[in-house]
Ligand binder design. Structure first.
Ligand SMILES: N[C@@H](CCC(=O)N[C@@H](CS)C(=O)NCC(=O)O)C(=O)O
Length: 155
């Protein structure tokens, strides 16, 4: 039972066009972000580069005052994910729940996910213009989701 004046059926929710795809994209993106975070640790361990004195003590080294360029690059890739992926997770879910048209919705979900994978790989491998292309695809996908949401809100 819930407090709503009607029953919310999980079977009906799962039938919403794009919900399963959204769930898949969300899982891929979160795994991708975790992978970038884990890669940060790998680079730190390889270089024995840490800023916290307690970590330095563990590595038997001294704490640095600033991140070395290799670590700083992975951190920038992670930060860029944080600037973009949370917005997508909200917009994508709202668009699905509002019943946005299936084709543009699915294209936006897939394009964003692919764009962010390209962005991370390109950032870590120092590949331009691929990083900007991945970023732009992600941004365009979010704009598409916003348009789909606004059409539903005002129609
Ligand atoms: N906070 C970003 C805003 C613009 C952005 O996200 N640009 C993309 C494509 S050039 C990027 O990868 N920026 C590098 C970064 O965020 O470190 C920046 O400072 O560049």
């Amino acid at each position: 039972m819930n407090d709503l004046p009607y029953e919310v059926s999980p079977t009906l929710l799962i039938a919403l066009p794009g919900l399963r795809l959204y769930a898949l994209c969300a899982v891929i993106l979160v795994i991708k972000m975790f992978a970038v975070a884990m890669y940060t640790s790998t680079v730190r361990m390889r270089l024995k580069a840490v800023l916290n004195p307690e970590d330095a003590a563990q590595f038997g080294t001294t704490a640095l005052d600033a991140e070395p360029p290799e670590v700083a690059r992975v951190l920038r890739a992670h930060r860029n994910d944080l600037e973009n992926i949370p917005a997508f997770l909200i917009l994508g879910l709202v668009a699905v729940l509002l019943g946005a048209p299936s084709l543009p919705l699915k294209i936006a979900l897939i394009a964003f996910t692919a764009g962010r994978v390209v962005h991370s790989l390109a950032y870590l491998k120092s590949m331009q213009p691929w990083r900007s292309i991945g970023f732009s695809i992600g941004m365009l996908s979010c704009v598409t989701l916003m348009v789909l949401i606004l059409i539903r809100v005002f129609s």
